[in-house]
Design a protein around this ligand. Structure first.
Ligand SMILES: Nc1ncnc2c1ncn2[C@@H]1O[C@H](COP(=O)(O)OP(=O)(O)OP(=O)(O)O)[C@@H](O)[C@H]1O
Ligand SMILES: [Mg+2]
Length: 261
């Protein structure tokens, strides 16, 4: 397994956001974590990427126990992520945004940077080439010198993926990448995610949108109230009574609360 969690938990005061979750993600392919609002999906991603500390349980990545490893060391080990809410630097160029994805991987030392020694210039050239390749992967190579804030919404989301891909990660974590996208942008995103998996990066995505996940994923893990209620192929998830109940139950609860489903 490339990524494994065992009995992973995160408590917030009285609330159990992630409750003894076992997750097993093999090397290669596209894998999804789904579940209703508040199921614990983002918290699980935060635990995996090192932005939150587990209350209990273990995480292993590429054969290494990373439970206590800081986030930057996980990035160096080959993990990259995007966020549920858009996080581009609006006044920076598209290329500079992609370059920020490489900071954990730049190897030049501080004296070399200050003196602009040849080693630094080589590292800089190498970083720019990697950032440009990541922009090409997401189809933004012609927008490198545009201000990121001037991009259309769907392109800003693609830029976040480019930034995460710039370091050549083994595992890419995408938190609701299709959120707020129109159907054409969603279709293009699905094509991009397939291309990323085809070039060898394992993809783990969190999504709300069941149809989007169903056509795309090799495996699905379903969370509800922090608990894993299903793990297996997407076709079986759709027919699983517990999964159906979690989704229908959630919609009914939302309707009772007077919000749009
Ligand atoms: N920092 C925090 N402090 C307290 N409670 C939190 C915190 N982060 C998350 N929670 C709670 O933990 C639960 C899981 O939240 P989380 O954001 O992981 O869910 P989610 O599945 O990503 O939901 P969504 O689909 O809305 O993005 C929720 O009840 C949420 O309110
Ligand atoms: Mg979330």
């Amino acid at each position: 397994m490339l990524l494994q969690t065992s009995a992973l938990s995160r408590h917030f005061a009285g609330l159990v956001a992630v409750d003894r979750v076992d997750l097993a993600i093999p090397q290669g392919g596209i894998h999804a974590v789904i579940g209703p609002n508040g199921a614990g999906k983002t918290t699980l991603f935060n635990l995996i990427s090192g932005l939150a500390t587990p209350t209990a349980g273990q995480i292993s990545f590429a054969g290494q126990d990373i439970t206590l490893l800081p986030a930057d060391r996980r990035a160096q080990a080959g993990m990259a992520r995007t966020f549920q809410n858009i996080r581009v630097f609006a006044t920076m160029s598209v290329l500079d945004n992609a370059l920020t994805g490489l900071h954990a991987r730049l190897s030049a030392s501080l004296p070399a940077i200050i003196a602009r020694l040849p080693g630094f210039r080589r590292a800089e050239r190498d970083a720019i080439a990697r950032a440009q390749a990541a922009l090409a992967l997401v189809g933004l190579q012609d927008r490198a010198y545009t201000q990121a804030g001037a991009l259309a919404y769907g392109d800003q989301r693609r830029l976040e993926i480019a930034r995460a891909m710039a370091g050549g990660p083994r595992l890419l974590l995408l938190d609701e990448p299709a959120a707020g996208m129109n159907p054409a942008e969603r279709a293009a995103l699905a094509t991009l995610i397939r291309a990323i998996a085809a070039q060898g990066t394992t993809v783990l995505l969190v999504e709300h949108d069941m149809p989007f996940v169903m056509g795309l994923s090799d495996s699905v893990t379903v969370l509800n109230f922090g608990r894993r209620i299903f793990a297996g192929p997407p076709g079986a998830a759709r027919q699983d009574p517990g999964v159906i109940e979690a989704y229908i139950g959630h919609k009914a609860a939302v309707r009772l609360a007077g919000q749009a489903p």
